[in-house]
Design a protein around this ligand. Structure first.
Ligand SMILES: NC(=O)c1ccc[n+]([C@@H]2O[C@H](COP(=O)([O-])OP(=O)(O)OC[C@H]3O[C@@H](n4cnc5c(N)ncnc54)[C@H](OP(=O)(O)O)[C@@H]3O)[C@@H](O)[C@H]2O)c1
Length: 243
């Protein structure tokens, strides 16, 4: 029995079915690339045409479906989920990677913040993941898991003044994963700090390349790194973070 279960797990690890939300560049693109290179089948969403994703479609025919979808658009995300279900069958894991850190947030303190930018940040970084979960839940495999890319330093009492809209939004998105774990049976939700990556967003504070995070994320998503929903706020190695 153990042998059968192990063989089944290995088979699943070899050919799993994944969704990456927000895959046009940065971590989302690296993760999609890594999944395809490792033999998995992937649905990747982008809010505008993405030449690198189109190139990957050519390189991995039949294993990548690219869908255009703004992560804040409920109807478009529901339609993307339906198409993903058709293409992949039951989905093993979804990574909600889409996120923003707007320019005004890099310079203005919270008491001076641009309210329109604050609303946009919360919409994309907090409401977006909830829309993803609502839309994709019906298409998940039994035990299928969600990974929401959040950030470090999300604790309620650990406050700094830098990137305030972003900090608020990532704290809320992290908490959303805990609330979802308390609300939904049969699926686990993880908030993942991806490290300080050398991407358009993270260039000024970077310590690692997004490829390193992608490798770690994929180990979490395939189950190579064992996880427990008791520790749902983790880094990209699967190490529990302080909430
Ligand atoms: N870089 C870091 O050091 C760092 C640190 C902590 C956490 N993070 C988090 O890691 C994730 C990936 O960041 P990154 O560094 O790879 O950033 P990035 O290079 O700026 O890429 C962000 C991605 O999110 C997509 N996106 C933004 N808004 C979207 C929307 N409304 N709908 C769909 N897609 C949307 C972007 O698509 P477009 O091309 O259409 O804009 C892009 O693909 C983000 O959630 C970020 O907050 C990053």
């Amino acid at each position: 029995m153990d042998y059968v279960r192990r063989a089944w797990r290995v088979k699943r690890e070899k050919h799993m079915r994944f969704v990456v939300i927000g895959a046009s560049r940065g971590l989302g693109l690296s993760l999609t690339q890594r999944m395809l290179k490792d033999g998995h089948q992937v649905v990747a969403t982008t809010r505008a045409a993405s030449p690198p994703l189109d190139a990957l479609s050519g390189e991995f025919p039949g294993r990548l479906l690219v869908l255009t979808c703004d992560a804040t658009d409920e109807a478009a995300t529901q339609e993307a989920a339906r198409k993903a279900g058709e293409f992949l069958g039951p989905i093993d894991a979804v990574c909600h990677n889409a996120g923003v850190l707007l320019d005004s947030d890099r310079t203005l303190k919270l008491h001076e913040s641009d309210i329109a930018d604050l609303r946009t940040t919360l919409d994309i970084n907090v409401v977006g993941p909830v829309i993803t979960v609502q839309s994709f839940l019906p298409y998940m495999a039994a035990g299928g898991r969600f990974f929401v890319v959040t950030s470090e330093g999300v604790g309620i009492t650990s406050c700094g003044s830098w990137v305030p809209a972003y900090a608020l939004s990532k704290a809320a998105a992290t908490k959303a994963c805990g609330i979802l774990n308390a609300s939904v049976k049969g699926h686990d939700f993880y908030a993942v700090h991806p490290g300080r990556m050398d991407t358009d967003m993270g260039r000024t504070t970077a310590q690692i390349q997004p490829e390193e995070t992608a490798e770690g994320m994929l180990k979490l998503m395939t189950g190579q790194v064992p996880l427990s929903r008791d520790h749902w706020y983790i880094d990209y190695h699967g190490v529990p973070m302080q909430a």
